[in-house]
Design a binder for this molecule. Structure first.
Ligand code: NAD
Length: 498
């Protein structure tokens, strides 16, 4: 299945002199070739987006028409759900069951949510103000920012693209979407859906570009008003630096080193199953992966035994097989990086309870598979406790009292997510307020809702996605003041009202 995919600029599919090969991580085979942008394509995309926003029909259409366009994209995703799911699995290796039941429907639902709520979220606020010397009416108005660059990682290629697109478009921006050059296939398939939906030319441009080569050209340009980035801290820092040349708004969704607290009073089976999901779904390649599972000493031994037993039984395989519970990592490089973390941990004195093997059987030997790893005897100073691994590696460590547990959670430079496993709701609520994390799940993991804003603190970045607060990040706030000072005394008359 070798297909050739083109860039999508100004409503047209555009070829380039250069292309890159897309690999199926389950067997190392080439599945597609994709046109790769150079600086001229970025310039064309920026010109198209600028024109669509500044002079084109996009800013002039009504909110109701904007809503209809976005709903058409959502419907296009649903109409092509099976093809998109297969493409995402082939490109990322993730189990098709996860893509079919989570990623693809969530893409459509996020677009629907922001289409249906844009009018409400964009409502102006009217504030009557009265002071000793004046009266005024303030109007706080939400406007689109202009041209938004949306940069997406490889772990949830279509889902994160749709989160960003839904909010940016619903807010009225023109966009340039840049998928990861490892996983551009579903974003480019989305271009066809967007074209069919009839969006005016230039409102959405989708370009496959190599981030570290063209990041500067893309992010330093003064024609951009917003960069919404999801990815690693290394790239995030570079983008912040480039963008500082011409001031622009940034949303930065960066890495994590999230922790779970499993309390003595947790429902043990639920906590074990939930914790397995929290680190092994998507091969552990999740920004919110609970890579540090901290278990209170009263249940530690039982938790560890069950967790290791179940981790060993996770079924690895080709993502296209519905029985597969864990696919391959995204690339050979990623697997090498993960194995280096495990090796370093071992050298620093940690104990590997299971996993870390590369399957050699005929079926899996050409893919980038790795058996799920469980590590114990880890101290907070170790590299594996502090740095993001981004793979199927769980630390399972013990804590004694709650204060110590919370201190361990908070002893990270990151602050993205946290899970609390306890049957005591009041206690869980108290802990939730004490942990450094932008999202806290109690007795569950990974529940994202379009209504609830999400985003990390500290080194995990800034800005929100989803919910009203996330949506408003894609707008600018204008303050319009009307002087309503009664009778003959408008405030400005005091000074020069001769
Ligand atoms: P990455 O930083 O390597 O790449 C992300 C995107 O940025 C890609 O599209 C890439 O091409 C582009 N890019 C890379 N260097 C760039 C540069 N200098 N200028 C402009 N663009 C550049 O990240 P990745 O490996 O694709 O994704 C994994 C990372 O993403 C992990 O650290 C993970 O925690 C993070 N992530 C965070 C969230 C969140 O919501 N906080 C969600 C998913 C993933």
């Amino acid at each position: 299945m070798i297909e050739y995919n083109l860039l999508y600029i100004n409503g047209d599919f555009v070829d380039t002199a250069r292309s890159n090969k897309i690999i199926n991580p389950a067997d190392g085979q080439v599945i597609a070739k994709v046109a790769v942008a150079d600086a001229r394509h970025i310039d064309s995309a920026l010109k198209a987006a600028r024109k669509a926003f500044d002079q084109g029909p996009w800013p002039k259409i009504s909110l109701a028409e904007r809503k209809d366009f976005i709903l058409k994209i959502s419907q296009g995703i649903l109409d092509n759900a099976a093809e998109l799911a297969e493409l995402e699995t082939l490109n990322t290796g993730k189990p098709i069951k996860e893509v079919t039941f989570m990623d693809i429907p969530s893409c459509a639902k996020t677009l629907q949510h922001f289409a249906q709520h844009l009018e409400k979220y964009l409502e102006a606020e009217y504030i009557e103000i009265s002071t000793d010397i004046s009266q005024a009416q303030g109007q706080l108005i939400r406007e689109p920012l202009g041209v938004a660059v949306l940069i997406v990682p490889w772990n949830y290629p279509l889902l994160i693209a749709c989160w960003k697109l839904a909010q940016a478009l619903a807010a009225g921006n023109a966009v340039i979407l840049k998928p990861s050059s490892l996983t551009p296939l579903t974003a480019l398939a989305l271009a066809e859906i967007i074209q069919k939906a009839g969006l005016p030319s230039g409102v959405v441009n989708i370009i496959n570009a190599i981030g570290y080569e063209l990041g500067k050209v893309l992010c330093a340009d003064k024609r951009i008003d917003l960069i919404s980035f999801t990815g690693s801290n290394t790239s995030g820092r570079e983008i912040i630096e480039y963008s500082s040349k011409n001031v622009k708004k940034l949303i930065m969704e960066l890495g994590g080193k999230s922790a779970s607290l499993v309390l003595n009073d947790a429902d043990l089976e639920l906590a074990v199953n939930g914790s397995l999901c929290s680190i092994f779904l998507n091969q552990g390649q999740m920004c919110t992966a609970m890579s540090r599972i901290l278990v209170q000493e009263g249940i530690y031994e039982r938790f560890l035994a069950d967790f290791v037993d179940k981790a060993k039984r996770i079924k690895l395989g080709d993502g296209l097989d519905y029985q597969t519970q864990m696919g391959p990592l995204i690339s050979g490089n990623q697997r090498k990086k993960v194995l280096e973390f495990v090796d370093n941990a071992r050298k620093e004195g940690a104990k590997i309870m299971c996993g870390g093997q590369i399957p050699t059987g005929l079926r899996l030997k050409n893919g980038y598979f790795l058996t799920p790893v469980v590590v114990t005897d880890v101290s907070p100073q170790m590299q594996i406790f502090q740095e993001e691994v981004f793979g199927p590696v769980a630390i399972v460590e013990k804590f004694s009292n709650l204060n110590q547990g919370i201190e361990l959670v908070n002893s990270s430079a990151f602050a993205l997510a946290c899970c609390i496993w306890s049957q005591d709701q009041a206690k869980a609520e108290q802990i939730a307020r004490q942990v450094n994390a932008g999202i806290v799940w109690v007795n569950t993991y990974g529940m994202f809702f379009n209504q609830l804003s999400y985003g990390g603190f500290k080194q995990s970045g800034f800005g929100k996605e989803l919910g009203k607060a996330g949506f408003l990040e894609y707008t600018r706030l204008k303050n319009v003041v009307f002087d309503k000072t009664k009778e003959t005394k408008p405030l400005v008359n005091f000074w020069y009202g001769f």
